[in-house]
Design a protein around this ligand. Structure first.
Ligand code: CU
Length: 199
């Protein structure tokens, strides 16, 4: 084999390897290898057994056939929760009668203090379509785990405590599959147009 020929073969091999690397990268980026949409959807959301603000049992099965929004928080929250619930209320109000075709859940991460009665009183300041859910600490932990929601009790100096928690709003479709995090900071009219796509 001449020197020139072996150099050509090496060049060709390098070229082929480059193409393979590019194809591989594209496949990974488009989700053909990992992170397939099916996997992502399966990763967020799932069964739960909780109690609503009227003290009635409420499970994931009660959501079938309607798209829904899920938000984890607690009634003693100083800012994130009331702000988010206010924004969600504006979005629900903007939906008009269509608000009955979707569910919006506020799941407490502070079941110790958030009894159904406390939730009911708290939610009276917001859109009536919002449903507050609570339960035993174990039931709440299980629901949060299904939604990959994070929360943690943080002791305060005065002996009281607050909760640290993730503040993502999850948009779920009629089948209870995760669609995407839902942006409640966008203008209500824009959010409503987005939500109506899933009715
Ligand atoms: Cu909060």
């Amino acid at each position: 084999m001449t020197r020139r020929l072996s150099r050509l073969i090496i060049l060709a091999a390098a070229f082929a390897l480059g193409i393979l690397a590019c194809v591989g990268l594209v496949l990974v980026m488009t989700g053909h290898f990992t992170n397939t949409p099916a996997l992502q959807q399966a990763a967020v959301g799932g069964p739960f057994k909780l109690v609503d603000q009227n003290g009635r049992p409420f499970t994931d099965k009660d959501l079938k056939g309607k798209p829904f929004l899920v938000f984890f928080g607690f009634t003693h929250c100083p800012d994130v929760c009331p702000t988010s619930l206010f924004e969600l209320s504006e979005i629900l109000r903007g939906l008009g009668p269509d608000a009955n075709k979707i569910s919006a859940l506020f799941i407490s991460v502070d079941p110790e203090r958030d009894t159904p009665a406390v939730l009911k009183d708290y939610l009276s300041s917001f859109d009536p379509h919002l449903r507050g859910l609570t339960g035993s600490p174990e039931a709440i932990a299980a629901a949060a785990k299904e939604y990959r929601a994070y929360y943690r009790k943080v002791p305060l100096e005065d002996g009281d405590y607050t909760m640290d928690h993730s503040a993502l709003v999850y948009l779920m479709d009629k089948e209870g599959r995760f669609v995407a995090p839902f942006n409640i900071k966008q203008p209500p009219a824009v959010a409503d147009t987005e939500l109506r796509k899933y009715l």
